[in-house]
Design a protein around this ligand. Structure first.
Ligand code: AMP
Length: 467
């Protein structure tokens, strides 16, 4: 199916072609006709599925006609996502006269007030800043015809539900509303009931299914050795661009500092960083000036950097949904990527919950030459975790996962001899794992080089810093 079949006006089709899209993604195919009809919609789709164009293109089609005033509002949980949606919208609108604007907190108000006075028809905003600007009479919401709540579950998570309700009261009741969310927690369900009228539902890529092409693996490791293990993993793979997730801002700063000391080109990104620091870090990752971004979950929303090759969960995420969101940063669209989780014994329970949610086990991987300083009993327990979950796993993946676990055990047995070395390299759990490491690594995009310890990762000399 081509975009031509979607009845979009010619200047918008031209924008889509200029963006390099040849055919609509599944969410675009399903949602665009519904939105063009003017119906309310709930889209269960994550970032990475093409959902932004799914709602922006029909909005632009509507804005081509009619008065030029603020008629479409997109609310997002974070500044990064707001900036990303605005950039995409500007791209698609580049052959139209539609003015697109963005407002978010953490930056001075006057330039945003000036931009609003100059006039925008499509505004992307974070809820708090929108209310501030409305309080200062910088904008009117009475002519808004279309409202989008983007990553709505995250907005509710972040405590924006009262702000959303306040905004809903300021908008005309006669409007089209769309809500995009990966999950539907009860509080969001309540907001949805208040905001939407007889919505159509487009259910796509439920969060329990990470995009194909992502290879996952778990590295059991004591908490205090996580940075050392990460260093070891980094030395054994070819890292183009990596995001390391931590649970806390403090953790993100600490890990970034530790990796920096080991001469990796790295920057942290979280809520305490200024807007310009965050933008610089993202820009640097995009341009390849840094290889590693250390991020908290909230800061990661809206990160849209093509071709992220690796995701590392430095901490096991709080919820299975966070896990899927995090690893969704790699393997976007048709790309492939690896997602590794460093799991300390205390985090095993949380990870088991994630595996239950995924419906299958994620293979355990041990680095044979790494000194885990763990008692064999603890290691065996970590590995057994995956086997227990693996039993309920689906078909061949479940089997492969078991294989991964077995490799892990044999590598443990052979520790100190370099045996089972290819256990690192079997995160895809490709084969049934019969003998210590034999054949592992098939189908893995990361492990082939194990055993070599390269002195550089792209652009970085591990001993002397940036090249
Ligand atoms: P989103 O889910 O909106 O964040 O989009 C994820 C990525 O897919 C972005 O980098 C978009 O530029 C890209 N994208 C969106 N629609 C298409 C399409 N039809 N074909 C190719 N890439 C797309």
């Amino acid at each position: 199916m081509s975009f031509n079949a979607l009845n979009l006006p010619p200047p918008i089709l031209k924008g889509v072609r200029a963006a390099g899209y040849s055919e609509p993604t599944p969410i675009q195919r399903k949602a665009i006709p519904i939105i063009m009809e003017g119906q309310d919609l709930i889209g269960a789709a994550q970032t990475g599925t093409g959902k932004t164009a799914a709602f922006v293109l029909p909005i632009l089609a509507r804005l081509l006609q009619g008065p030029r005033r603020l008629r479409a509002l997109v609310l997002t949980p974070t500044r990064e996502l707001a900036a990303q949606v605005e950039t995409n919208a500007r791209d698609y609108a580049r052959f139209t006269e539609v003015n697109v604007g963005v407002v978010y907190g953490g930056v001075p108000l006057p330039p945003q007030e000036r931009m609003l006075r100059a006039g925008v028809e499509l505004l992307v905003a974070t809820p708090g800043r929108l209310l501030d600007l409305h309080g200062r009479l910088a904008l009117r919401l009475d002519y808004v015809e279309v409202l989008v709540l983007d990553e709505a579950d995250r907005m509710v998570d972040m405590g924006f539900a009262p702000d959303l309700r306040r905004i809903l009261r300021l908008l005309p009741t006669d409007r089209q509303t769309m809500l995009f969310s990966a999950t539907m927690p009860p509080e969001l369900n309540q907001v949805a009931k208040e905001a939407l009228r007889s919505p159509a539902r487009v259910d796509l890529a439920p969060p329990s299914r990470p995009a194909a092409g992502i290879t996952q693996a778990v590295y059991p490791v004591p908490r205090n050795l996580k940075t050392d293990l990460l260093d070891e993993i980094l030395a054994s793979i070819d890292v183009r661009s990596m995001i390391v997730f931590t649970r806390t801002k403090h953790g993100a700063d600490r890990v970034a500092r530790q990796l920096g000391k080991r001469n990796y080109a790295v920057a942290p990104i979280h809520g305490n960083r200024s807007q310009s620091q965050r933008e610089r870090a993202l820009g640097d990752l995009k341009r390849g000036r840094i290889q590693i971004l250390v991020a908290t979950d909230i800061a990661s929303r809206g990160i849209d950097v093509d071709g992220i090759s690796h995701i590392v969960n430095y901490d096991v995420p709080h919820t299975p949904e966070d896990y899927v969101h995090r690893i969704g940063r790699t393997g976007r669209m048709d790309a492939v990527g690896d997602a590794f989780t460093l799991m300390s014994p205390e985090e095993q329970k949380d990870f088991t919950a994630i595996e239950r949610f995924l419906g299958r086990a994620v293979p355990r991987v041990m680095l044979p030459n790494f000194d885990y300083k763990m008692r064999p009993r603890e290691i065996a327990d970590s590995i057994r975790g995956s086997e227990r979950t693996g039993r309920g796993g689906s078909g061949s993946r479940g089997k492969g996962s078991d294989g991964g676990a077995r490799h892990g055990r044999s590598s443990n047995g052979a520790r100190g001899h370099g045996g089972g070395r290819s256990s690192h390299g079997s995160p895809s759990g490709g084969r049934g794992g019969t003998s210590g490491g034999q054949g592992a690594g098939a189908g893995s995009s990361s492990g082939a080089q194990f055993g070599r310890r390269p002195k550089t990762i792209r652009g970085v000399d591990r001993r002397r810093g940036r090249l």
